[in-house]
Design a protein around this ligand. Structure first.
Ligand SMILES: [Zn+2]
Length: 203
């Protein structure tokens, strides 16, 4: 019986090794500290619809993006790409974990485009907050980015009743493949430590 138990544990261990372990070190799974949240303003005057009334938000959409012009991971370069296409997230997270605020949460930001939730609701921009993680298709989000994103979502939850944390590809599967190389299980483990409301809107 004891041998069987040890075998099961061993199998679990080796099965776990197959998951992108190099991208999400175990240390990431510690509960993030809300007090550590700090943002840098890089406000966008494009891709945003100012909203005077209170906007009801229940979803956070996670994206990845990088700049094809200049240094791909330079936040200002990506800001200029967004400007060029008149789109904007509410927040952008740099490789070092710095959180850049681009839009007020109460304003509608154009980050998801034509999109649909599993429950049938379309036009996800109307009821979501968009977060762009600076990352390429061949790279992984950094540990600092996972920690900042988890802190940010926990912070957002103090202002909005967030029911869903989804990837862009989940709400626009025919057009989008981001967030690339993103470990949602790790993110959910981190935010679940603070709240039990996190769940994924899977297709
Ligand atoms: Zn996206």
């Amino acid at each position: 019986m004891r041998t069987l138990f040890l075998l099961c544990i061993s199998l679990l261990f080796f099965a776990g090794c197959g998951v992108k372990q190099e991208a999400v070190p175990q240390a990431v799974l510690q509960q993030p500290k809300k007090e550590s949240l700090a943002t840098v303003e890089m406000l966008a005057d494009f891709g945003i619809e100012k909203n005077e009334s209170v906007r009801v938000v229940d979803t956070v959409v996670v994206h990845t993006a990088y700049s094809l012009e200049g240094e791909p991971y330079e936040p200002k370069n990506l800001y200029n790409v967004f400007k060029k296409y008149s789109v904007s997230p509410h927040y952008m997270i740099g490789r070092d974990g710095t959180i850049y605020k681009m839009a007020d949460e109460n304003d509608l930001a154009h980050h998801a485009g034509k999109s649909r939730m599993k429950d049938g609701r379309e036009g996800v921009n109307a009821f979501s907050i968009g977060v762009e993680i600076i990352n390429s298709k061949t790279d992984y989000p950094t540990t600092a980015q996972y920690i900042s994103l988890a802190n940010l979502i926990i912070d957002i939850k103090t202002r909005h009743k967030i029911e869903y944390v989804v990837g862009h590809s989940e709400i626009a599967p025919e057009r989008k493949s981001d967030p690339w190389n993103f470990d949602f299980a790790a993110l959910y483990a981190m935010i679940a430590a603070d709240t039990k409301h996190a769940k994924r809107d899977t297709q």
